[in-house]
Design a protein around this ligand. Structure first.
Ligand SMILES: Cc1cc2nc3c(=O)[nH]c(=O)nc-3n(C[C@H](O)[C@H](O)[C@H](O)COP(=O)(O)O)c2cc1C
Length: 303
């Protein structure tokens, strides 16, 4: 079964979409280590409609949801059809209505949509008319709870299958703490499943949030970048495990022909966080000109 049950189509524990990090290679790495649900980050609907991009989905991936970024309902409708026709292993679509980056916002996409709940409504409606797969929305919160509730009520009214709530305001970016009390309030108010997101460090913590009725499911981002074994329940990973993971990532990238130097650098730098001499290893990695050079550093420097 793809989701928890046919009636409840939402991911219980998922890997968050993280632009430039969670590409197909990294998603496959996490999938091998029990991340059941993953999301393709920020696929631009305009570019899909113009046939300008190939969506980064590998055929070995399972239970992958495509996150779309854009602002025009008609482009979403078309992009959904194009993507669904081409990639048979996807299980849903997600609308990004929370990205705080200026480049995204200035086009009216990402968190700019939070100010236009009616437009989110129209986008979800357009997607739902184009696909029978679940359509979800990932957004943030306002500092004023009333506005947050109004936003999510409108999203719910559009027949959205579930929402992913990152418990931070746009102004916070990724700083400060995620407000889980607001996530809990939303779970109490809404009839659709609420996936909570923000600052979850271990699977145990995520399970507690679900058991304590803060949310129906949990999405994990940055903690999984440092510890891709998080979905197996491993809380701290040692140097040997980190080395093994980077080599495994290399193996996956080679197998799928993913030769993205920048991605390999930033992923290796994240995984090596916390090891002896982490900052000098990171500096060395950043200077590398080839993936093989990074692998040499990992083999020599990590026990
Ligand atoms: C570098 C970076 C890139 C991100 N890219 C995306 C993205 O493409 N789409 C998205 O919905 N969220 C993106 N996020 C937000 C994460 O998905 C997640 O909501 C946020 O990091 C909070 O969860 P965490 O505390 O578990 O990391 C990004 C976050 C970071 C730090």
């Amino acid at each position: 079964m793809m989701y928890i049950s046919d009636k409840m189509k939402y991911p219980l524990f998922s890997l968050a979409p993280i632009h430039e990090y969670t590409n197909s290679g990294f998603r496959l790495l996490c999938q091998r280590h029990k991340a059941k649900y993953t999301f393709v980050p920020l696929v631009n609907t305009t570019a899909v409609c113009k046939g300008k991009i190939k969506v980064d989905i590998n055929e070995m991936e399972k239970n992958v949801t495509v996150q779309l970024s854009g602002s025009k309902p008609e482009e979403f409708a078309e992009a959904v059809k194009i993507i669904e026709k081409k990639y048979k292993n996807i299980i849903g679509f997600n609308l990004n209505a929370g990205c705080p980056s200026y480049t995204t916002m200035k086009t009216g996409a990402g968190s700019a949509l939070m100010k236009k709940p009616e437009q989110i409504f129209q986008i979800v409606k357009a997607c739902k008319e184009s696909t029978s797969l679940p359509v979800s929305v990932k957004s943030r919160i306002f500092s004023e709870y009333k506005k947050t509730l109004e936003l999510y009520r409108k999203i719910e009214d559009a027949n959205t299958d579930y929402v992913i709530v990152h418990g931070r305001t746009v102004k916070q970016g990724y700083a400060g703490k995620a407000d889980w009390e607001v996530i809990k309030e939303l779970k109490n108010e809404l009839c659709i499943p609420v996936i909570g997101n923000g600052d979850i460090k271990t699977l145990k913590e995520g399970k507690e949030k679900i058991n304590d009725r803060y949310c129906d499911g949990v999405m994990i981002g940055r903690a999984a970048l440092e510890n891709p074994l998080i979905f197996e329940g491993k809380e701290k990973i040692n140097e040997k495990q980190k080395k093994k993971l980077i080599l495994e990532y290399y193996e996956i990238c080679t197998e799928i022909g993913q030769n993205d130097m920048n991605n390999f650098k930033i992923v290796s730098a994240q995984i090596t966080k916390g090891v002896r001499n982490a900052s000098s290893i990171r500096n060395e990695i950043m200077k590398c000109k080839t993936i093989d050079a990074i692998i040499k550093i990992i083999e020599n420097e990590l026990k």
